[in-house]
Design a binder for this molecule. Structure first.
Ligand code: F6R
Ligand code: ZN
Length: 167
């Protein structure tokens, strides 16, 4: 996750203090990489803060942009940050019992906004989806979710890089 948080100094300080601790864990049943299969599993995103940014997943597009994903929150509280290559974005709440659909073509990242609890979600996506981490690594998400006086707030990502070239 180095380079993913807005406050890289805070990330490096935390890393130096705590070592290489996992911010999140993913357990999934791998299935053949074909469209008829559903890869599914559980994501456990721990609670914590880097600078004023909540612990979050790295986030990605699917390599096959036409593939979607279903999330169902089992416990905790958080949000799903989503955006697409046309510049649209959406941030939806995750709380126990909420199902959330990530549309085809939308990058997605979950963020744990609880001060104490893990954010635990079930997910399922097509076997052939694949993961493109590079696009988000390079340009980031347009929006960040930060802790402002104890509550989540959405801000523009000051480090967001517009793609220089679109297909
Ligand atoms: C799979 C998916 C989730 C994430 C998980 C970890 O397509 O979206 O299972 O893989 O929440 O997030 P990343 O993969 O962004 O590190
Ligand atoms: Zn995904």
């Amino acid at each position: 996750m180095s380079g993913q948080f807005w406050d890289e100094t805070a990330f490096q300080t935390l890393f130096a203090e705590l070592g290489n601790i996992p911010l999140y864990e993913v357990y999934e049943l791998t299935r053949p990489a074909v469209p008829g299969e559903l890869i599914h599993g559980i994501s456990i995103l721990h609670s914590g803060i880097v600078g004023n940014e909540y612990f979050m997943t790295k986030g990605h597009y699917h390599v096959v942009l036409e593939t979607s994903e279903l999330y169902h929150c089992l416990s905790g509280q958080g949000v799903m940050v989503m955006e697409n290559l046309d510049g649209e974005w959406e941030i939806l709440e995750l709380r126990p019992g909420v199902s959330l659909y990530v549309l085809p073509g939308w990058a997605h990242r979950s963020v744990n906004t609880s001060p104490t609890e893990d954010l635990i979600s079930l997910f399922a996506y097509p076997g052939n989806a694949g993961h493109d981490y590079g696009t988000i690594e390079t340009q980031g998400f347009r929006k960040l979710v930060i802790n402002r006086s104890g509550s989540p707030a959405v801000i523009n990502n000051p480090r967001w890089l517009a793609p220089t070239e679109r297909l």
